[in-house]
Design a protein around this ligand. Sequence first.
Ligand SMILES: *Cc1c(COP(=O)(O)O)cnc(C)c1O
Length: 454
Amino acid sequence: MSDNSPYEQHLDLNSPNRNLAPLSTSVDQKGRLVVGGCVLSNLAACYGTPLYVIDEESIRVACRTYVNALHKKYQGPSLALYASKANSSLALSRIIASEGMGVDVVSAGELLTALNAGVATEKIVLHGNNKSNAELQLAYQNDVTIVIDNRYDIEQLQGIASEVRPARLMLRFTPGIECHTHEYIKTGHLDSKFGFDPDQLESILRELIGCKWAKLTGLHAHIGSQIFELEPHQDLASVMVDALQLAREIGHPIEDLNVGGGLGIRYVSEDDPPSIDDWVALVSEAVMKACRSRNLDLPRLLCEPGRSLVAPSCVTLYTIGSRKTIPGIRTYISVDGGMSDNPRPITYQSLYTTCLADRPNSKAEEKVTIAGKHCESGDVLLKDVELPPSNSGDVLVVFSTGAYNASMSSNYNRIPRPAAVIVRDGHADLILKREQPEDLLIYDLMPERLIEVG
Ligand SMILES: *Cc1c(COP(=O)(O)O)cnc(C)c1O
């Protein structure tokens, strides 16, 4: 066993987002990779592949690090919310809520998941730039805080909420902050579909004062995702405290300042994201400093990590199938999943780290490209990676797949979605059943007349 395998190195035990592999990763005496006390190739044999394997310890450590850092660094009250769009399931919502966190949701499906997982309604926040009437009603009926994003939200809520029980609202605005991340996951720049334009902020705040059905208690902004820089978050804090001052002057009882999520993670060894502690310390200090200089009482500080909370906890297991070598050009190794279970490479050109489940420390001897099984040339999970010799039937591990994989999965090519297990202390529990090809037919209908024609 080598000491320098990236899969065993844990650079920061409190910050799973700085590690390539889940915190509980180790290699057993036979040289096989183990997560949560479970041999990965045994899990593949037992549950089939592709398989999402989630390390409970990594998730709990990430939650505790956020919650504890907020308590330590921020002198006012605080609440960390899980941005459940990263990976929404009953089991994950339950684990995260059990660590004292809330959950934010952007659809009726995510909201029902949080409610059914037993997340306290006062710790659920509904986002979205185009909420349906049914979604707003479900949120209002369950006393969930609603983040108004645009005038359409206000128009719809006027017909839903009553003066007797005003809707509890936060207001999202675009802070006008640029950060360096993929174009598709930037949200804070002015040309964004999310939130009120900063120029509209004052007039909207004044308009809402007259709405007896509304109780505006918070402000929200989110600048983007997979961010490695700390400065944009610092700038965000001062822009938000300006808005806080304005909203309070206008007469809104603003208690909550929600600074969103966005902390990046290490997908490949070259990535170097800040730690959760450093991120929380910076945001807390920036908010406190801005409040002090404007003589404002500290609001409750809310943040909404998604990726940094769950991505590092999960690995995806695949079985290697066919191989194609194009002499002088490339060797393709194909696996039994791909863009349907992990759309990030084809969507964002994202990079990942991989190894063989039973030979994580063997010497890399060939450069290969790992292709998915979908009918799309772009369905490549990893391009030009070094691997030891492998055979069909070997189990391949792809790291850091806990965020925006399962939640963005599809049935492209009518391929069933993978199962997910959560592992801890040598036990694996199934938290998501594997879809079967027959399941994909349940919404199909055959019109009578087509049967008659034959
Ligand atoms: C996506 C999103 C988050 C979470 O972002 P991460 O980069 O996954 O931490 C938080 N808040 C809002 C409003 C979001 O849309």
